[in-house]
Design a protein around this ligand. Structure first.
Ligand SMILES: NC(=O)c1ccc[n+]([C@@H]2O[C@H](COP(=O)([O-])OP(=O)(O)OC[C@H]3O[C@@H](n4cnc5c(N)ncnc54)[C@H](OP(=O)(O)O)[C@@H]3O)[C@@H](O)[C@H]2O)c1
Length: 272
Protein backbone atom coordinates (compact mmCIF):
# COMPACT_ATOMS: atom_id res chain seq x y z
CA UNK A 1 0.00 0.00 0.00
CA UNK A 2 1.38 3.43 -0.94
CA UNK A 3 1.09 6.61 1.09
CA UNK A 4 0.60 10.02 -0.54
CA UNK A 5 0.32 13.46 1.06
CA UNK A 6 -1.84 15.96 -0.83
CA UNK A 7 -2.09 19.51 0.51
CA UNK A 8 -5.27 21.57 0.10
CA UNK A 9 -7.94 18.89 -0.35
CA UNK A 10 -10.94 21.03 0.65
CA UNK A 11 -11.79 21.79 -3.00
CA UNK A 12 -10.70 21.77 -6.63
CA UNK A 13 -7.71 19.85 -7.93
CA UNK A 14 -6.52 18.78 -4.46
CA UNK A 15 -9.87 17.26 -3.53
CA UNK A 16 -10.14 15.43 -6.88
CA UNK A 17 -6.54 14.18 -6.54
CA UNK A 18 -7.18 12.87 -3.00
CA UNK A 19 -10.37 11.12 -4.18
CA UNK A 20 -8.64 9.58 -7.20
CA UNK A 21 -5.69 8.15 -5.27
CA UNK A 22 -8.00 6.93 -2.47
CA UNK A 23 -10.23 5.14 -5.01
CA UNK A 24 -7.15 3.54 -6.52
CA UNK A 25 -6.17 2.04 -3.16
CA UNK A 26 -3.61 4.53 -1.87
CA UNK A 27 -3.65 5.85 1.67
CA UNK A 28 -4.00 9.61 1.39
CA UNK A 29 -3.05 12.19 3.99
CA UNK A 30 -4.97 15.30 2.94
CA UNK A 31 -4.53 18.73 4.48
CA UNK A 32 -7.19 21.37 5.02
CA UNK A 33 -7.24 24.77 6.69
CA UNK A 34 -10.69 24.28 8.15
CA UNK A 35 -11.74 20.65 8.83
CA UNK A 36 -15.41 21.74 8.95
CA UNK A 37 -15.25 22.38 5.19
CA UNK A 38 -14.96 18.63 4.48
CA UNK A 39 -17.06 17.25 7.35
CA UNK A 40 -19.02 14.23 6.17
CA UNK A 41 -17.37 14.20 2.73
CA UNK A 42 -17.26 10.72 1.14
CA UNK A 43 -13.74 10.21 -0.22
CA UNK A 44 -14.26 6.72 -1.63
CA UNK A 45 -11.24 5.33 0.20
CA UNK A 46 -8.70 5.87 2.97
CA UNK A 47 -8.19 9.64 3.40
CA UNK A 48 -6.76 10.90 6.67
CA UNK A 49 -7.10 14.61 7.34
CA UNK A 50 -4.46 16.88 8.90
CA UNK A 51 -5.11 20.55 9.62
CA UNK A 52 -2.55 23.00 8.24
CA UNK A 53 -2.71 26.71 7.45
CA UNK A 54 0.34 27.54 5.36
CA UNK A 55 -0.06 31.24 6.09
CA UNK A 56 1.39 30.38 9.52
CA UNK A 57 5.19 30.51 9.61
CA UNK A 58 6.61 27.07 10.47
CA UNK A 59 3.44 25.22 9.37
CA UNK A 60 5.21 23.24 6.63
CA UNK A 61 7.94 21.97 8.93
CA UNK A 62 5.42 21.12 11.68
CA UNK A 63 3.24 19.24 9.19
CA UNK A 64 6.21 17.14 8.03
CA UNK A 65 6.88 16.10 11.64
CA UNK A 66 3.19 15.21 12.20
CA UNK A 67 2.98 13.20 8.98
CA UNK A 68 6.06 11.14 9.86
CA UNK A 69 4.90 10.57 13.45
CA UNK A 70 1.25 9.72 12.72
CA UNK A 71 1.29 8.16 9.26
CA UNK A 72 4.86 7.04 8.51
CA UNK A 73 7.11 7.93 5.61
CA UNK A 74 5.02 8.93 2.58
CA UNK A 75 5.95 7.73 -0.90
CA UNK A 76 4.75 10.93 -2.55
CA UNK A 77 4.13 14.55 -1.57
CA UNK A 78 1.82 16.64 -3.76
CA UNK A 79 2.26 20.31 -2.86
CA UNK A 80 -1.11 21.47 -4.22
CA UNK A 81 -2.44 24.09 -1.76
CA UNK A 82 -2.10 27.66 -2.95
CA UNK A 83 -3.66 31.07 -2.71
CA UNK A 84 -4.33 33.53 -5.53
CA UNK A 85 -3.97 37.30 -5.17
CA UNK A 86 -5.64 39.25 -7.99
CA UNK A 87 -5.25 42.96 -8.70
CA UNK A 88 -2.69 45.61 -9.65
CA UNK A 89 0.62 45.00 -7.94
CA UNK A 90 0.65 48.71 -7.01
CA UNK A 91 -2.47 48.10 -4.89
CA UNK A 92 -1.09 45.04 -3.09
CA UNK A 93 0.37 45.44 0.38
CA UNK A 94 3.75 43.97 1.29
CA UNK A 95 1.95 41.70 3.79
CA UNK A 96 -0.36 40.33 1.08
CA UNK A 97 2.54 39.57 -1.26
CA UNK A 98 4.48 37.94 1.57
CA UNK A 99 1.48 35.75 2.41
CA UNK A 100 1.23 34.57 -1.20
CA UNK A 101 4.89 33.56 -1.13
CA UNK A 102 4.54 31.92 2.30
CA UNK A 103 1.52 29.81 1.27
CA UNK A 104 2.65 29.02 -2.29
CA UNK A 105 6.41 28.71 -1.86
CA UNK A 106 8.06 28.88 1.57
CA UNK A 107 5.88 26.44 3.52
CA UNK A 108 5.52 23.89 0.67
CA UNK A 109 9.32 23.88 0.28
CA UNK A 110 9.75 23.53 4.07
CA UNK A 111 7.26 20.63 4.09
CA UNK A 112 9.22 18.86 1.37
CA UNK A 113 12.53 19.51 3.13
CA UNK A 114 11.05 18.09 6.34
CA UNK A 115 10.48 14.79 4.53
CA UNK A 116 13.83 14.63 2.71
CA UNK A 117 15.89 13.09 5.57
CA UNK A 118 13.47 10.13 5.80
CA UNK A 119 13.49 9.72 2.00
CA UNK A 120 17.29 9.94 1.84
CA UNK A 121 17.48 7.11 4.38
CA UNK A 122 15.42 4.82 2.16
CA UNK A 123 16.75 6.18 -1.15
CA UNK A 124 13.34 7.04 -2.60
CA UNK A 125 10.74 9.77 -2.53
CA UNK A 126 8.75 11.94 -4.94
CA UNK A 127 7.90 15.63 -4.64
CA UNK A 128 5.19 16.89 -7.01
CA UNK A 129 4.90 20.66 -6.88
CA UNK A 130 1.70 21.94 -8.46
CA UNK A 131 2.95 25.14 -10.07
CA UNK A 132 1.01 26.71 -12.96
CA UNK A 133 1.05 27.87 -16.55
CA UNK A 134 1.55 31.11 -14.61
CA UNK A 135 4.88 29.69 -13.46
CA UNK A 136 6.09 29.78 -17.09
CA UNK A 137 4.58 33.13 -18.12
CA UNK A 138 2.81 36.02 -16.35
CA UNK A 139 -0.64 37.55 -16.69
CA UNK A 140 -1.48 41.15 -15.76
CA UNK A 141 -2.96 41.54 -12.26
CA UNK A 142 -1.76 38.06 -11.29
CA UNK A 143 1.85 39.22 -10.78
CA UNK A 144 2.37 38.14 -7.14
CA UNK A 145 0.69 34.76 -7.73
CA UNK A 146 2.61 34.21 -10.99
CA UNK A 147 5.88 35.26 -9.35
CA UNK A 148 5.27 32.74 -6.54
CA UNK A 149 4.68 30.01 -9.13
CA UNK A 150 7.88 31.01 -10.99
CA UNK A 151 9.65 30.71 -7.62
CA UNK A 152 8.22 27.23 -7.05
CA UNK A 153 9.35 26.28 -10.57
CA UNK A 154 12.85 27.47 -9.69
CA UNK A 155 12.86 25.54 -6.43
CA UNK A 156 11.62 22.45 -8.28
CA UNK A 157 14.41 22.57 -10.86
CA UNK A 158 17.06 23.24 -8.20
CA UNK A 159 15.76 20.40 -6.00
CA UNK A 160 15.65 18.10 -9.06
CA UNK A 161 19.43 18.49 -9.29
CA UNK A 162 20.17 18.39 -5.57
CA UNK A 163 18.03 15.39 -4.62
CA UNK A 164 18.58 13.12 -7.63
CA UNK A 165 21.66 11.45 -6.13
CA UNK A 166 19.54 10.35 -3.12
CA UNK A 167 16.88 8.67 -5.29
CA UNK A 168 14.41 11.51 -4.63
CA UNK A 169 12.58 12.72 -7.74
CA UNK A 170 10.98 16.13 -8.24
CA UNK A 171 8.21 17.04 -10.68
CA UNK A 172 6.52 20.35 -11.45
CA UNK A 173 2.93 19.95 -12.67
CA UNK A 174 1.78 23.09 -14.50
CA UNK A 175 -2.01 23.39 -14.87
CA UNK A 176 -3.53 25.73 -17.44
CA UNK A 177 -7.19 26.55 -16.74
CA UNK A 178 -9.18 24.25 -14.47
CA UNK A 179 -12.73 24.90 -13.26
CA UNK A 180 -12.20 25.31 -9.50
CA UNK A 181 -13.19 27.87 -6.84
CA UNK A 182 -9.73 29.53 -6.91
CA UNK A 183 -10.89 32.30 -9.29
CA UNK A 184 -14.12 32.91 -7.35
CA UNK A 185 -12.14 33.33 -4.14
CA UNK A 186 -9.82 35.93 -5.68
CA UNK A 187 -11.45 37.81 -8.55
CA UNK A 188 -15.15 37.17 -9.06
CA UNK A 189 -16.61 38.84 -5.97
CA UNK A 190 -18.63 41.99 -6.57
CA UNK A 191 -16.31 44.11 -4.44
CA UNK A 192 -13.15 43.19 -6.40
CA UNK A 193 -13.46 46.10 -8.84
CA UNK A 194 -14.40 48.57 -6.12
CA UNK A 195 -11.10 47.91 -4.35
CA UNK A 196 -9.02 48.62 -7.48
CA UNK A 197 -7.38 52.06 -7.82
CA UNK A 198 -9.12 54.24 -10.40
CA UNK A 199 -6.12 54.27 -12.79
CA UNK A 200 -6.31 50.49 -13.21
CA UNK A 201 -10.07 49.94 -13.19
CA UNK A 202 -10.54 49.71 -16.97
CA UNK A 203 -7.81 47.13 -17.67
CA UNK A 204 -8.76 45.13 -14.57
CA UNK A 205 -12.33 45.03 -15.84
CA UNK A 206 -11.03 43.85 -19.24
CA UNK A 207 -8.96 41.11 -17.56
CA UNK A 208 -11.95 39.96 -15.49
CA UNK A 209 -14.00 39.77 -18.71
CA UNK A 210 -11.18 37.86 -20.47
CA UNK A 211 -11.03 35.34 -17.59
CA UNK A 212 -14.83 34.95 -17.56
CA UNK A 213 -14.80 34.18 -21.31
CA UNK A 214 -12.28 31.35 -21.10
CA UNK A 215 -14.52 28.64 -22.44
CA UNK A 216 -12.94 25.24 -22.39
CA UNK A 217 -11.59 24.54 -18.90
CA UNK A 218 -10.44 21.17 -17.64
CA UNK A 219 -12.48 19.54 -14.87
CA UNK A 220 -10.69 18.95 -11.55
CA UNK A 221 -11.15 15.19 -12.11
CA UNK A 222 -9.31 15.31 -15.45
CA UNK A 223 -6.55 17.46 -13.95
CA UNK A 224 -6.25 14.90 -11.11
CA UNK A 225 -5.83 12.08 -13.67
CA UNK A 226 -2.97 14.00 -15.29
CA UNK A 227 -1.36 14.46 -11.86
CA UNK A 228 -1.80 10.73 -11.22
CA UNK A 229 -0.06 9.98 -14.55
CA UNK A 230 2.83 12.27 -13.59
CA UNK A 231 3.14 10.55 -10.19
CA UNK A 232 3.21 7.13 -11.86
CA UNK A 233 5.73 8.23 -14.51
CA UNK A 234 8.95 6.69 -13.24
CA UNK A 235 11.15 8.77 -15.54
CA UNK A 236 13.17 11.72 -14.30
CA UNK A 237 11.04 14.21 -16.28
CA UNK A 238 10.67 17.51 -14.40
CA UNK A 239 7.89 19.54 -16.08
CA UNK A 240 4.33 18.45 -16.93
CA UNK A 241 2.09 21.11 -18.48
CA UNK A 242 -1.45 19.79 -17.92
CA UNK A 243 -5.06 20.88 -18.48
CA UNK A 244 -6.59 23.38 -20.88
CA UNK A 245 -4.27 25.78 -22.72
CA UNK A 246 -1.04 24.95 -20.83
CA UNK A 247 0.69 22.97 -23.58
CA UNK A 248 -0.30 25.22 -26.54
CA UNK A 249 0.56 28.48 -24.75
CA UNK A 250 3.96 27.24 -23.57
CA UNK A 251 4.65 25.91 -27.08
CA UNK A 252 3.48 29.17 -28.72
CA UNK A 253 5.98 31.20 -26.70
CA UNK A 254 8.74 28.83 -27.75
CA UNK A 255 7.80 28.81 -31.47
CA UNK A 256 6.84 32.47 -32.01
CA UNK A 257 9.12 34.05 -29.39
CA UNK A 258 8.00 35.43 -26.05
CA UNK A 259 7.89 39.13 -27.08
CA UNK A 260 5.58 38.45 -30.04
CA UNK A 261 3.22 36.39 -27.89
CA UNK A 262 3.33 38.97 -25.05
CA UNK A 263 2.47 41.82 -27.47
CA UNK A 264 -0.30 39.72 -29.04
CA UNK A 265 -2.00 39.07 -25.69
CA UNK A 266 -1.31 42.50 -24.20
CA UNK A 267 -4.03 44.22 -26.28
CA UNK A 268 -6.57 41.51 -25.56
CA UNK A 269 -5.86 41.43 -21.86
CA UNK A 270 -5.54 45.15 -21.23
CA UNK A 271 -8.49 46.12 -23.41
CA UNK A 272 -6.59 48.80 -25.31
N1 LIG B 1 -7.63 26.20 -11.23
C1 LIG B 1 -6.71 26.54 -12.13
O1 LIG B 1 -7.04 26.94 -13.25
C2 LIG B 1 -5.25 26.46 -11.79
C3 LIG B 1 -4.32 26.87 -12.75
C4 LIG B 1 -2.97 26.79 -12.48
C5 LIG B 1 -2.54 26.31 -11.26
N2 LIG B 1 -3.45 25.92 -10.32
C6 LIG B 1 -2.93 25.42 -9.06
O2 LIG B 1 -3.61 24.24 -8.69
C7 LIG B 1 -3.57 24.10 -7.27
C8 LIG B 1 -4.96 23.82 -6.75
O3 LIG B 1 -5.76 24.97 -6.98
P1 LIG B 1 -7.32 24.86 -7.33
O4 LIG B 1 -7.51 25.51 -8.64
O5 LIG B 1 -7.80 23.48 -7.11
O6 LIG B 1 -7.93 25.89 -6.26
P2 LIG B 1 -8.80 25.68 -4.92
O7 LIG B 1 -9.98 24.85 -5.20
O8 LIG B 1 -8.97 27.04 -4.38
O9 LIG B 1 -7.81 24.83 -4.01
C9 LIG B 1 -6.74 25.42 -3.33
C10 LIG B 1 -6.52 24.66 -2.04
O10 LIG B 1 -5.47 25.30 -1.31
C11 LIG B 1 -5.96 25.57 -0.01
N3 LIG B 1 -5.35 26.74 0.61
C12 LIG B 1 -5.46 28.04 0.24
N4 LIG B 1 -4.82 28.82 1.11
C13 LIG B 1 -4.31 28.00 2.07
C14 LIG B 1 -3.56 28.20 3.25
N5 LIG B 1 -3.23 29.42 3.69
N6 LIG B 1 -3.19 27.11 3.99
C15 LIG B 1 -3.55 25.87 3.59
N7 LIG B 1 -4.27 25.60 2.50
C16 LIG B 1 -4.65 26.67 1.75
C17 LIG B 1 -7.45 25.81 -0.19
O11 LIG B 1 -8.10 25.71 1.06
P3 LIG B 1 -9.43 26.59 1.38
O12 LIG B 1 -10.54 25.83 0.77
O13 LIG B 1 -9.45 26.63 2.87
O14 LIG B 1 -9.23 27.94 0.73
C18 LIG B 1 -7.76 24.67 -1.15
O15 LIG B 1 -7.88 23.46 -0.47
C19 LIG B 1 -2.95 25.40 -6.74
O16 LIG B 1 -1.58 25.20 -6.52
C20 LIG B 1 -3.15 26.36 -7.89
O17 LIG B 1 -2.21 27.42 -7.88
C21 LIG B 1 -4.80 26.00 -10.56
Amino acid sequence: MSLIVVTGVSSGIGRATAELFAREGWTVVGTVRDPQRIEGHQWGGDVRIEQADFAEPGSGERLAVRVLERHGVPDVLVNNAATLLFGPIEDATQAEVEEVFRVNVFEPVALAMGLVPAWRERSSGLIVNVTSLGGRMAFPFFAAYNASKHALEGFSEGMWHELKAFGIRVKAVEPGFVETPIYDKAMRGESVLEQVSASYRKPVEAMIAFEANIGKRTSPGDAAREIRDAVLDESDRLRYPISAYARPLIAARRWFGEMRVMRFFHDRWMGR
